[in-house]
Write a protein that binds this ligand. Structure first.
Ligand code: PRP
Ligand code: URA
Length: 212
């Protein structure tokens, strides 16, 4: 999207197909949860394209050779609770030696501001890349707060993965954290008066956990 330097919209056909199924109000909890994981894994594949590699010696059954492995300390997957939890397992299967941090936030229904209730990330944060996971980037308040907490804790590089984003949230991130790149599967039209993304997919947490 030309208007947002901090955003990459992942328009791979498989991602777009699955996002449409996710939006469908008739998609049940089981399928919704599966789709969130499938899309998250496809997004992670795209978002990790520029990870650094180092040469690594390896013995094949036939001879010695030099392969490549990921450089540096283990990546950190950071779901924003609770809906971000729906994205973690599928990405962790793709990156088995990743670690997992947690940021606990919920949006106050009146003010739409994030309320912070939990924060835990691995040590040696300065040397690590953090992938912050949240299906929804609406006003951006939650992602802005999560990135601020990670920076206060000394995080090295931060990247955001959001399934559906509103222009308002992308702009809020650009203004507060221009160094944090966002990968999204869909840039939607706008927010409604209650801070829900339009056309969106409804309340991601409720649809993942069946609490609607
Ligand atoms: C949702 C969503 C994001 C946040 C996005 O979480 O998962 O964390 O809202 O909105 P924002 O960009 O306006 O901050 P919610 O607060 O509903 O909590 P939950 O995941 O526990 O349901
Ligand atoms: N959180 C959600 O789960 N959905 C929205 O549309 C906005 C915030």
């Amino acid at each position: 999207m030309a208007q947002f330097d901090n955003l990459t919209v992942l328009d791979h056909p498989l991602i777009q197909h699955k996002i449409t199924l996710l939006r469908d109000k008739s998609t049940n909890t089981k399928d919704f949860r599966s789709l969130v994981g499938e899309i998250a894994a496809l997004m992670a594949y795209e978002a990790t394209q520029d990870l650094s590699l180092i040469d690594s010696p390896v013995e094949t059954p036939l001879e010695s050779t030099t392969g490549k492995t990921l450089a540096g300390k283990k990546l950190v997957l950071v779901p924003i609770l609770r809906a971000g939890l729906g994205m973690v397992n599928a990405i962790a299967e793709l990156i088995p030696n990743s670690t997992v941090g947690h940021v606990g936030l919920f949006r106050d229904h009146e003010t739409l501001k994030p309320v912070d209730y939990y924060f835990r990330i691995p040590a040696e944060a300065a040397d690590r890349t953090f992938f912050v996971l949240d299906p929804m980037l609406a006003t951006g308040g939650s992602m802005v707060h999560a990135a601020s907490r990670l920076k206060e804790a000394g995080a090295g590089k931060i990247v955001s993965l959001c399934l559906v984003s509103a222009p308002e949230g992308v702009a809020a991130m650009r203004d507060s954290h221009p160094d944090v790149h966002i990968f999204t599967a869909a840039l939607d039209r706008e927010l409604n008066g209650n801070g829900y993304i339009l056309p969106g997919l409804g309340d991601a947490g409720d649809r993942i956990f069946g609490t609607a």
